[in-house]
Write a protein that binds this ligand. Structure first.
Ligand SMILES: [Ca+2]
Ligand SMILES: [Ca+2]
Length: 405
């Protein structure tokens, strides 16, 4: 009976029947009040008919659609849905009879238009980054032009679709969660359908980037200092700043300093090293590790979704060490960058709390006096790449993080 859904219309009827004692001397025809639809109304996909029929001797009420008798109600009849034929114009007539032969009819004409789907939802809202194999929620909502209830389905961007949510009222939102099994960047979309099954288009996508949950380890330098390490993508990084004072061969490192020459800073912030000592052939890094090249830094930044957000994912959270506002800090990478500041070539220390500077081993090929370094700030989520501070930059003291060979 239910044919092509698009061209099929429904009538929902609720007849309010008033029962009273029936007198033999009843010469009054039934009263009919069609509450909805109004005459001339445009209806989308279905007509909801509500009518009140009153008579002390009511016998029956007949429903006609476009002149065809469709249903007959008796006193106890209450109908929910009647399938209505195709078409754009439709007359709905109720004809009521009482037991004494009196009758009356009322008619309304409606314009039946196609089902209107819900409006296309906005891109789902949810996190922009996270860990693969963890579960994250996205929410979405939209309205239906007919006020129909709406259900939602999410396209998680990894080849999986959610099941349809249960129906909620037009304008309400729903949340659904998903776990993405692989690191990468995904576009999450949503679409809506109304209670008649009419579907919206897919929304635009919301981007979410996942990294693998960091694995942790340790490494020990020649002085016996143990460092936490973390695997970020395919790289193992030290999760603490280097604090060693001897090269691998046991020689003392001359270009290395405690911030403000205060040894109490070393435990938290490590030491600051000149580029010359960081790249000295005797080796500043623990066995099996090295000072990262500019390219190795870039691999890290790329894995963390690029320079505009990677800093936030690398910074220790909170404001114990970083000055407020520590913008964007999530430390999702486990890198735990700390704002160790720097020492300039005159021996002046600056910017602890606001900046973290890290050497790369790579000289700037355009100016061999310069070498590439990365820095992070308390007030942005960026990672910056630079080679110039002054022409004596290689003599500046910056923090050092080592990466495994
Ligand atoms: Ca009557
Ligand atoms: Ca609708």
């Amino acid at each position: 009976m239910l044919r092509n859904k698009k061209n099929t219309f429904f009538i929902t009827t609720i007849l309010l029947l008033v029962i009273s004692n029936c007198s033999f001397f009843d010469f009054v025809p039934p009263g009919i009040n069609i509450i909805s639809p109004e005459d001339g109304e445009q209806c989308y996909g279905k007509v909801v008919l509500r009518a009140e029929v009153k008579d002390q001797c009511l016998d029956r009420t007949e429903l006609y659609i476009n002149g065809d008798k469709r249903l007959e109600y008796t006193k106890s009849d209450i109908f929910d849905e009647i399938i209505l034929g195709e078409g754009t114009d439709c007359t709905i007539k109720l004809k009521a009879f009482d037991k004494r032969g009196n009758w009356k009819e009322e008619e309304v004409r409606v314009e039946l238009l196609a089902f209107r789907p819900p409006n296309t939802p906005s891109a789902p809202s949810g996190p922009t980054s996270g860990y693969a194999d963890s579960t994250y929620s996205f929410s979405a909502g939209t309205t239906d032009p007919d006020g129909d209830n709406v259900a939602y389905q999410f396209d998680w961007g990894d080849g999986n679709l959610s099941s349809w949510s249960s129906y909620v009222s037009s304008g309400s939102s729903v949340s659904m969660s998903h776990s993405w099994s692989s690191a990468g960047t995904y576009s999450v979309k949503v679409k809506a359908k109304d209670s008649d099954g009419a579907e919206s288009d897919w929304s635009s996508g919301s981007t979410i980037s996942f990294i693998a949950t960091p694995e942790a380890g340790t490494v020990t330098d020649i002085d016996g200092n143990e460092y936490q390490t973390v695997k970020i993508g395919d790289q193992w990084w030290m999760a603490e700043n280097l604090k060693v004072t001897h090269y691998r061969n046991g020689d003392e490192i001359d270009g290395c300093w405690a911030y403000n020459d205060n040894e109490s800073n070393v435990g938290t912030y490590g030491r600051l090293y000149s580029w010359y000592s960081a790249t000295d052939s005797r080796g500043i890094a623990p066995e099996g590790w090295h000072v990262p090249s500019d390219g190795e830094w870039q691999t890290l930044v790329n894995y963390l979704s690029g320079s505009s957000v990677a800093g936030g994912k690398m910074k220790e959270t909170g404001t114990t060490h970083w000055n407020s506002p520590n913008t964007g800090a999530t430390n999702e990478s486990g890198f735990s960058a700390l704002p160790g500041g720097y020492r300039d070539s005159y021996g002046v220390y600056s910017n602890m709390g606001n900046f973290a500077y890290f050497w790369s081993s790579t000289e700037d090929t355009d100016a061999s006096l310069l070498a590439w370094f990365r820095f992070l700030r308390n007030d942005v989520s960026d990672v910056y790449r630079n080679s110039y501070f002054s022409y004596y930059v290689k003599g500046y003291g910056f923090s050092v993080r080592c990466v495994r060979d």
